[in-house]
Design a protein around this ligand. Structure first.
Ligand SMILES: *Cc1c(COP(=O)(O)O)cnc(C)c1O
Length: 357
């Protein structure tokens, strides 16, 4: 158990009002969680403080070699004022898997969940309640040693900041167009693809720009070795429904193990679908499309939960899926998961964690 010191702001900001357009990641709440790490001492001084700028030496290691990690999850407030997190223990475990790869010290799972819950509780009145809205939670760790040598830092900062965010879909699930990238790759096995760290995103920007310029909203990455097998989308994992079966790329080390991905697999199995985690080549997709067995395609991630894919481009081929409409399974999964998250549906899977009393 962390002994969290709470210093509340004396200058609270105006909270967003119902109906206000929030967008994503632009508005921040009144408080943040902070905890320091010092070699020999461990994690110390857990505290909640007014949201403020931080000051670091220009030589702080994070600026030079990118030793940092982040997480992303959401809090939901229902009409009764109850606040829920969705599977925060999974974010804590993934934090430690990322930290392990990047030689960042581990954080006990209970401490991570306690830190997130505590700061969300302090700013619970900031959680928007319009349909589809939520409080986006961004835990992250940065290396803070003042040193230009290449080595793991001996000091770190763990922080949690909060951002009220708008509905991902303004009016119902809207299928997106996806660009299968055939030039750049995101990650290779043995690299950092499974870790949630900024470097993966830095490496992705150029392809995202290319996709946007061509009128597609996201990039779908192929494996870094053969450039033949499907990996994942920008910040989402990817699923296909092929001839009645639910198919998704296996976690090979170069794919981010999404919590939404895991939840979708569990729900599909519970509903009686055959779920296959395996290699899927672009050729298999092109063939399934020709045969008429490529029934659905959707991305999964915390931001959109389920993002139906209406169009997939690979070189000169553009595959239209479900005539560009949202598939039944995509919709069923979206309703089931968001229903559990917001407290509208019973939590049969035990995924919801209540914040405060
Ligand atoms: C965070 C992330 C995902 C989705 O993970 P969720 O836990 O479902 O939000 C997928 N791919 C990448 C690259 C990510 O960073």
């Amino acid at each position: 158990m962390l002994d969290i010191k709470i210093i509340k702001t004396t200058e609270p900001k105006a909270k967003p009002i119902p109906g206000q357009k929030l967008g994503f990641g632009k508005i921040f709440t009144d408080h943040m969680f902070v905890m320091n790490y010092t070699e020999g001492k461990g994690w110390h001084d857990p505290r909640i403080e007014p949201f403020h700028n931080i000051s670091l030496s220009p030589a702080a290691m994070v600026y030079h070699y990118g030793q940092e990690m982040f997480e992303g999850l959401k809090a939901y407030r229902n009409p009764n004022g109850e606040v829920y997190l969705f599977r925060p223990d999974m974010n804590a475990k993934r934090t430690n898997a990322t930290n392990d790869r990047l030689v960042i010290p581990q954080i006990p799972v209970e401490d991570f969940v306690q830190a997130v819950s505590a700061v969300v509780d302090v700013d619970r009145d900031w959680i928007p309640t319009d349909p589809g809205t939520s409080l986006y939670i961004r835990p992250f760790i940065i290396a803070t040693d003042e040193f230009l040598g290449v080595a793991p830092s001996k000091t770190y900062l763990f922080m949690v900041i909060l951002s009220p965010s708008g509905a991902y879909y303004e009016s119902g699930l809207a299928p997106v167009g996806i660009w299968i990238e055939d030039e750049y790759v995101r990650a290779v096995r043995g690299g950092i693809g499974f870790a949630k760290t900024g470097g993966n995103y830095a490496a992705s920007l150029i392809a995202q720009q290319k996709a946007h310029d061509a009128g597609f909203s996201q990039v779908l990455w192929l494996d870094g070795v053969d450039r033949k097998y499907i990996e994942e989308v920008g910040a989402m994992n990817i699923f296909f429904k092929i001839a009645g079966k639910v198919v998704t790329p296996a976690l090979s080390g170069s794919i981010l193990p999404g919590i939404t991905r895991n939840s979708v697999i569990q729900l599909c199995k519970k509903w009686g679908y055959d779920v296959e985690e395996r290699k899927i080549s672009v050729d298999e997709l092109l063939q399934a499309q020709k045969d008429g067995t490529l029934e659905e395609c959707f991305g999964t991630g915390t931001a959109a939960v389920i993002s139906p894919v209406g169009k997939l481009r690979y070189k000169d081929d553009v595959m239209t899926i479900k005539d560009g409409q949202t598939g039944e399974l995509s919709l069923k999964l979206y309703d089931a998961i968001t229903g559990i998250q917001t407290g509208k549906l019973p939590d049969e899977m035990g995924w919801r964690v209540k914040v405060g009393d």
